[in-house]
Write a protein that binds this ligand. Structure first.
Ligand code: A3P
Length: 306
């Protein structure tokens, strides 16, 4: 653990070059590690996270699949835990001027960009997010009593969302990646985000509860608050936070329309439609069936591995 970062990076590079790899869509090469496909950058971040991250019982970790609602969940939980420090009614809430991804660090992204990043410097309670699958989470996360809020979404909506996001991120030469090819690539686990679609099975913990955030947002946000230890009193209103974090409010803010994250991604790429079942506008029946089949296969594979 005390090895200098440069040594660890060398070790990491050796490990990565020994993994199965394939050509990606958004990056030239992707690598398979512990059942999922990753870019080299995020894989470096995951390996550093596995090696260095020490969870605390008070931590709150948002575990999401890409395009499952990470931006929304980040904004909601940030607003919940900071509601006394930053009352929504004050009119100068950090979410009004800062993209949610800059308020809640993305663990493997931060570790990729700064392998020596000191997570102990984050304010209490530490709030972080990751796309790391349960299998690959750092041991200390699994053994601690930290709170994990896991978010999942209909795989077809996630897929369509990812395809649109990918088109925005892709280099110009490959931006017009055909939808059919993307579905096929997903079937063979060759997209940049690999097997994210369909890996919906989160290891249940004793306290696991299923919520339907989109259907009854206020009720569910209160349940999340309760779960992470900052429940609402009978007099407290949750509606202001729900409104602040809604798709309509966040997507209209200047910072989310015109901003750019330090990694170059334009903040508006995280806001598209924010609807349930929107996949019907994009996917033909046969493509939808192909994704359903992949999802079922992946769930079976995950369950069989447990
Ligand atoms: P669509 O592309 O289907 O519109 P992630 O945040 O995990 O990257 O997921 C992005 C998806 O969440 C996008 O879905 C985006 O529009 C939607 N989204 C972003 N912010 C949202 C919010 N505040 N409320 C509801 N959905 C939101």
């Amino acid at each position: 653990d005390d090895a200098p970062t440069s040594f660890l990076l060398g070790e990491t590079r050796d490990l990565i070059s020994s993994l199965p790899s394939e050509k990606g869509w958004l990056v030239s090469q992707i690598y398979q590690f512990q059942g999922r496909w990753h870019t080299e950058a995020l894989l470096q971040g995951i390996l550093t996270c596995q090696k260095h991250f020490k969870a605390k019982d008070s931590d709150i970790i948002l575990v999401t699949n890409p395009k499952s609602g990470t931006t929304w969940l980040k904004s909601l939980v940030f607003a919940l835990i900071n509601r006394h420090k930053f009352p929504v009614s004050s009119g100068d809430h950090p979410l009004l001027v800062t993209n949610p991804h800059l308020l809640v660090p993305f663990m493997e992204g931060v570790y990729y960009e700064s392998p020596d990043f000191d997570f102990s410097l984050l304010p209490f309670p530490r709030l972080m997010n990751t796309h790391i699958s349960h299998l690959s989470l750092p041991e200390s996360v699994k053994s601690s009593s930290c709170q994990i809020v896991y978010c999942c979404r209909n795989p077809k909506d996630m897929f369509v969302s990812l395809w649109h996001f990918g088109k925005k991120l892709a280099p110009q030469e490959t931006a017009d990646y055909p939808l059919e090819k993307a579905v096929e690539a997903e079937v063979y686990c060759l997209t940049i985000l690999g097997s994210c679609v369909g890996v919906l099975v989160c290891e249940p913990r004793e306290s696991e509860q299923g919520l339907e955030l989109k259907k009854q947002t206020e009720v569910e946000v209160k349940r999340i608050a309760e779960f992470i230890g900052c429940g609402f009193t009978a007099e407290e209103e949750v509606s202001e936070i729900v409104k602040l974090c809604s798709f309509e409010s966040l997507s209209r803010l200047e910072v989310n329309r015109q901003g750019k994250l330090p990694n170059g991604i334009e903040t508006n790429a995280f806001f598209r439609k924010g609807e349930i079942g929107g996949w019907r506008d994009t996917l033909s029946e046969s493509l939808a069936d192909a994704i359903d089949r992949t999802t079922e296969e992946k769930i079976k594979r995950v369950l069989a591995a447990e």
